[in-house]
Design a protein around this ligand. Sequence first.
Ligand SMILES: NC(=O)c1ccc[n+]([C@@H]2O[C@H](COP(=O)([O-])OP(=O)(O)OC[C@H]3O[C@@H](n4cnc5c(N)ncnc54)[C@H](OP(=O)(O)O)[C@@H]3O)[C@@H](O)[C@H]2O)c1
Length: 198
Amino acid sequence: MKIIIVGATGTMGKHLTEAFRKEHEVVTAATEGADIDVDITSTESIDNMYKKVGAFDALISTAGPTYGGPWKKLTDTEFRKGVEGKMMGQINLVLIGQHYINSKGSFALITGALTHDPQLNFANASAANGAVDAFVRAAAIELDNDIRINAVSPTVIENSPQYFPYFPGDIPVTMQQLEFGFRKAIFGAGTGQIIKPY
Ligand SMILES: NC(=O)c1ccc[n+]([C@@H]2O[C@H](COP(=O)([O-])OP(=O)(O)OC[C@H]3O[C@@H](n4cnc5c(N)ncnc54)[C@H](OP(=O)(O)O)[C@@H]3O)[C@@H](O)[C@H]2O)c1
C-alpha cells in the first residue's frame, strides 16, 4: 500500500513513519526535511504534493498547527493559526486529495481529546479539532469510490512529556496505542469514525 504521511517529521509522524515503513511504501511530507515539502495552509502546495506523489492508497495527517498559550493572548490572528492550519489544512488535504486517491483508499486525520475535554491554553486546538471531527463525519457520507475517512483523537501522548502538566489526570496515550488507532483508521472497514486510541 502506498501511504502518504503529512507531518512525518513530528513526534507522532516519526513514530508512524518508522512503523508503517516496515510493511508499506511510505512517502513522507512536512514543511521541510521530508521526502516532499508541503505547506498545508496553501492549497497550491497541497496540489503540488499530490501531483508529485501520484496515485496513492492512504493519507495520514499528523500536521495540525494551532495556537497554544494564555487565553488573554488569544486574538483573531492567533486563532487563525488553528483555522488555517489544523482545520482548513487538513480539510484541504481531503478536498484536493480525493481527486488523486485510489478507489477504496482512506484518509486518517488528527484531532484530539481537547474537543470534548478542554484544558487551559488550548481553546484554539479544541475548536479546530471539533471542526475536523464534524468534517470527517460529513465527508464520510459524501466521498465516492468507497473512499473512507476517519480521525484519530488521542489525549496527550507518551512522547510529548512537555505537555503532561497541561493534561492533569490524563494517562498518556502510548505510541503503540496511537499507532494502532491509525492502523484501525487506515486498514479497518469503518468510515466517519472518531477513533479514541485509549
Ligand atoms: N503531542 C501530543 O501529545 C498530542 C496529543 C493529541 C493531539 N495532538 C495533535 O497532533 C498533531 C501532531 O502533534 P505532534 O506532537 O506530532 O506535533 P509536532 O511534533 O509539532 O509535529 C507536527 C508535524 O506537522 C508538520 N507541520 C506543521 N505545520 C505544517 C504545515 N503548515 N504544513 C505541513 N506540515 C506542517 C511539522 O513539520 P515542520 O516541523 O516541518 O513544520 C511536523 O512534521 C497536532 O495537531 C496536535 O494538536 C498532539
